[in-house]
Design a protein around this ligand. Structure first.
Ligand code: SF4
Length: 350
């Protein structure tokens, strides 16, 4: 009774988001081609109602985090302060690149830090916790620090705080930004579970962001599109509202592509691939043989499991759900099965 209503209300209340240059769109991971579609005002596929709930949840998570921080020794202030992070070209004129920061936190010594909060799904959270860096968010922080320095030249540090929406764990990227040389130092990444890893250095995030936003203006002016930033089966393309437009006539486009002569440098890479592939085939075949042999031992002994030293082998039966295609009414088949293009790579040796 209520579950469906909530999603529908969220969809109904959602305001369409028009493109204008802003820090949250300036990072290198956001597909440039997608942004050009947006900037040209081309309508993309309508987002599902639930998507608007997900966005709304994220802003409430930010409120919750700020509430916790207000109980700490840090002073939280300047929430949603508007700042100007630079100038880009938009619609033929200089356009101030404005943003609203999540806040500033001041420590007990009176030092100010930019605070940027993100609430994300479990899968992305784990990725950032263990190895990757959220380049779009880090770029946004560099832009914000530049904007903040116009109000307070002393601010050159920040914290990108990421919350796992599934587990409520936190992840913190400590930031030190040298705006003169456009170098972002991330000395350490730490999680609320005690996990820590060494950080790294990023160069040119700010300047690249400004350049990308100016490129959008250029592509709009010459009525062209940048190359696709991701390939057909990447998740970015699967979730992109412009997927259909972007890959319209892709088969014809693909058929017109020609073969090239690869540089000598790739010979050794292909040889390595060939060797590894052969090893994999041999290993897979041997693994199957071993498994078959072990299975036979248990079958012959009419046993469910067997042990030797630290090893245990076990026969399992599992109940799996599967679709019985024979039970699908024929009239539903065209609706259920969708045609989808996939791109694959084959490597052959003559
Ligand atoms: S479908 Fe993929 S390449 Fe095309 S605009 Fe979207 S994200 Fe970019």
């Amino acid at each position: 009774m209520l579950a469906e209503i909530i999603e529908k209300i969220a969809g109904f209340e959602a305001k369409g988001s028009q493109y204008y240059p802003r820090p949250s769109l300036a990072g290198p991971e956001r597909c440039l081609r997608q942004l050009v579609y947006m900037a040209k005002g081309i309508p993309g596929k309508k987002k599902e109602d639930r998507f608007h709930l997900i966005l709304d949840d994220s802003s409430w998570h930010e409120e919750l985090t700020l509430d916790w921080l207000r109980k700490s020794a840090f002073k939280v202030h300047s929430e949603q302060l508007e700042i100007e992070c630079g100038t880009v070209k938009w619609k033929g004129r200089d356009f101030p690149l404005k943003g609203h920061i999540d806040g500033i936190i001041t420590d007990v010594q009176g030092k100010d830090y930019l605070l940027e909060h993100k609430a994300i799904n479990h899968f992305s959270f784990q990725r950032y916790l263990e190895k990757d860096y959220p380049l779009d968010y880090l770029t946004q922080c560099c832009l914000y620090i530049v904007g903040l320095q116009k109000l307070n030249p002393e601010i050159n540090e920040g914290i990108l705080l990421i919350k796992n929406k599934n587990t409520s764990q936190y992840l913190e990227f400590r930031l030190h930004y040298d705006s003169k040389n456009d170098i972002l130092y991330v000395p350490e990444v730490c999680g609320s579970n005690g996990y820590r890893r060494e950080g790294t250095i990023f160069k040119n995030l700010y300047n690249s962001a400004i350049e990308r936003l100016n490129q959008i203006e250029h592509y709009c002016n010459v009525n062209d599109l940048p190359p696709r930033q991701y390939t057909l089966n990447d998740w970015q393309c699967n979730y992109c509202p412009y997927n259909e437009i972007c890959y319209e006539n892709y088969q014809e486009e693909f058929n017109q592509l020609e073969a090239i002569q690869l540089s000598e440098d790739y010979q050794s890479l292909l040889e390595e691939y060939e060797v590894l592939n052969e090893q994999k085939k041999i290993a897979e075949q041997r693994l199957e043989e071993i498994k078959e042999e072990l299975k036979k031992i248990l079958l012959n002994a009419n046993a469910k499991a067997g042990k030797i030293g630290a090893f245990t082998i076990t026969r399992n039966i599992q109940l799996r759900k599967q679709i019985n295609k024979d039970k699908i009414p024929p009239e539903l088949i065209p609706v259920i099965y969708e045609e989808k293009l996939f791109e694959t790579l084959t490597i052959k040796k003559q």
